[in-house]
Design a protein around this ligand. Structure first.
Ligand SMILES: [Zn+2]
Length: 248
């Protein structure tokens, strides 16, 4: 599979950058990315991944579009209220690159259907749902699939990338080892700035490109960013011996 003439035109300003060699383009072309959650982070994230030349996306969200989504879920408009997020996302993303392959699922992921994530190069969790985050983390650890956990609440963003290489266990559960669902602040109750959700999507898109194309070592790094102060922190996550997903 290669990029066609239209795609070379669409992505011309990016592909001219020195990092985007022929070799990198053939890698980029083949990547298969699963985005779970098409909300405030998932919308800009999917839009910018497609705009960066990613061609294969699986997108998941069981929700329908509501008015309160529109300040940050940039793939949706007033006329989309009541429609499925997955359907509208797919049609909007195809308008950016009609030659991309987008599988959209209007469902939430559970133990029973998690195998829909198979054949992904990377799974990105933007769900704002702790139970789903734990489930996705476990699936990615067991199947050695790279995983990004990304969340934004108020003006705070946290993003972590776990490569999940065999024989080197470090995961989301090592970082947050609570077994049960915790009462974490959620956007629904605490609020979320539209700009913060947008920046979280863009930072996650860049982390995706950095890690999968080896532009930068993002392995097991938790990035924290406050959009008001502009302060960024990077924390190297270590293996937690108490983590029940530890293999040995
Ligand atoms: Zn772990």
């Amino acid at each position: 599979m290669k990029y066609n003439d239209l795609e070379y035109e669409l992505f011309a300003r990016q592909f001219i950058l020195k990092e985007f060699t022929e070799e990198i383009l053939s890698e980029l072309n083949k990547l298969k990315i699963a985005i779970v959650g098409l909300g405030g982070i998932g919308c800009p994230l999917s839009q910018y991944l497609i705009s960066s030349g990613i061609k294969n996306l699986k997108i998941f969200d069981g929700d329908k579009i509501e008015k309160s989504n529109l300040n940050r879920q940039i793939l949706y408009s007033i006329e989309d209220i009541g429609k499925k997020k997955s359907d509208i996302s797919k049609s909007k993303l195809l308008k950016t690159n009609p030659h991309s392959n987008i599988e959209s699922y209007s469902i939430n992921l559970y133990e029973e259907n998690i195998n829909l994530l198979s054949n992904s190069s990377l799974v990105i969790d933007t769900t704002d749902n702790w139970h789903t985050s734990k489930l996705l983390n476990e699936y990615c650890v067991k199947n050695s699939v790279s995983f990004i956990f990304t969340s934004a609440v108020g003006h705070d963003i946290q993003i972590a990338f776990f490569p999940n290489k065999k024989n080197k266990h470090i995961c989301l559960n090592c970082l947050f080892p609570n077994k049960d669902d915790v009462e974490i602040p959620r956007c629904e109750t605490v609020g979320i700035s539209g700009i913060t959700a947008g920046i979280a999507g863009l930072l996650t898109a860049q982390k995706t490109i950095n890690s999968l194309l080896n532009f930068k070592d993002e392995n097991n790094i938790l990035t924290l960013f406050n959009t008001i102060s502009g302060e960024i922190q990077k924390i190297k996550v270590k293996n937690n011996k108490e983590c029940q997903l530890n293999k040995g």
